[in-house]
Design a protein. Structure first.
Length: 408
């Protein structure tokens, strides 16, 4: 199988582009990471990761300066055989998808790429955007092949999942599909071929499904806790050795840069008739509000609250769209003081873990980082663990659930 002589990843120093570039470089492909952030470029070229990603730094150090380099110079596109754009379609302040930045970057790439190059859209796009990009290429009279091959990795597992999960590939023309097949076969021979619109919806369905699944669990959590019951005891009862409940997710703050955004995109695509998606948004985004409403019963205005973990998920340094920050804003309005801590997130307002635990009357687990697993918390402190991370430990009882269990 022929490998491209040069592959450029546009937006290549981010959570999607960098692991992909490292995997291709480790497979013997010459890769250039094109990015606008000079700080990230410098970090990558020094052989270090600008964010947490399991086993990525080892792979980076093996190829940096040889088969892999990061740059801000878009001239690198001029002799690229393949360009992979990890530029998605964000949601604006009106909760509608916006493609202005995507088009601006794609147009720049189209102008730079040589004839017969393959342009792959990798990040989530609004349904129909691949066709619009394909039309933009043709309207400019360029002979560039366009494909859409969405990523489906989970942060922290990218290096493993790029190679192990089936890769979806799609294109409008046979030659573009063949080129995409040859490209991704270099790193993964498990390929699924769809039409571009099918592939776009497949990616949105994937993230929306996860978001809905979390919403079901979070709704059940709210129901149980509203009656002073321990949701996690019930969760254990219905999932233990019962195969039909395998897909029952644990409760927790469903956040991050993708799940809500992609659910909103699917909602917009449906003409705002995606009622299950709308309900999921209300449940997941409302979970911090529920936590605060429950705490009001214990004299919140006189209490110091500590939030442990400000990243959007456990063992991550990514704070994008983290509901821990939404929770912090709500608590700042109603509690005596709010202390936030996280071993990975870069935020000057955070305090050390020891200080947060020592000074707090109420401790809320915002992100289930593994370093918190054996944390010792005094029994006189109220602990809110939506995730069930400390399930079974005495310190994790909420006031209401503890009272009910003592009465049984």
């Amino acid at each position: 199988m022929l490998k491209p002589e040069k592959l450029v990843v546009i937006g290549g120093c981010g959570h999607v582009g960098l692991p992909l570039g490292i995997v291709f470089a480790n497979s013997g492909v010459k890769v250039v990471l094109l990015d606008l952030d000079p700080a990230k470029i410098a970090i990558v070229n020094s052989g270090h990761m600008p964010f947490m990603e399991k086993s990525a730094e080892e792979g980076l150090r093996a190829v940096i300066g040889d088969l892999l380099v990061a740059t801000a110079d878009s001239a690198c596109l001029e002799d690229a055989e393949v360009a992979i754009a990890v530029l998605g379609t964000p949601v604006d302040e009106h909760l509608n998808p916006t493609v202005a930045d995507l088009y601006r970057n794609i147009d720049s790439a189209i102008d730079r790429l040589p004839d017969d190059a393959l342009l792959v859209l990798r990040s989530t796009v609004y349904p129909g955007v691949t066709k619009l990009v394909y039309d933009r290429v043709n309207n400019r009279g360029r002979r560039i092949h366009v494909a859409f091959c969405p990523e489906r990795i989970a942060e922290g597992k990218a290096m493993e999942e790029i190679r192990s999960l089936p890769q979806i590939i799609s294109a409008f023309e046979k030659e573009a599909l063949r080129r995409a097949r040859d490209l991704f076969s270099i790193i993964n021979d498990d390929l699924i071929e769809l039409s571009p619109l099918e592939a776009e919806l497949a990616k949105l369905f994937t993230n929306s499904w996860r978001y809905l699944n979390f919403a079901i669990s979070n709704q059940f959590y709210v129901l149980a806790e509203s009656y002073g019951l321990d949701f996690h005891r019930i969760y254990d009862a219905v999932t233990r050795r019962y195969p039909r409940m395998r897909s029952f997710a644990r409760a927790g703050f469903a956040a991050g840069p993708c799940l809500l955004k992609d659910t909103l995109q699917l909602s917009a695509f449906s003409g705002n008739n995606f009622f299950m998606g709308h309900a999921a948004m209300l449940v997941n985004e409302g979970l911090p509000n529920f936590v605060v409403s429950q705490l009001r019963k214990s004299g919140l205005s006189e209490k110091t609250v500590a939030i442990l973990g400000m990243a959007f998920k456990g063992d991550s340094d990514d704070r994008r769209e983290s509901l821990s920050y939404k929770l912090r804003k709500l608590l700042l309005l109603e509690s005596k003081e709010v202390l936030c801590t996280d071993p990975y997130v870069d935020d000057q307002d955070l305090v050390p873990l020891e200080e947060a635990v020592r000074r707090a009357d109420i401790i809320i687990l915002g992100a289930p980082h593994s370093v918190y697993r054996d944390l010792q918390i005094s029994q006189d402190k109220q602990v809110i663990d939506v995730w069930g991370f400390w399930a079974g430990q005495e310190t994790t009882r909420s006031v209401a659930a503890a009272a009910v269990r003592q009465a049984l």
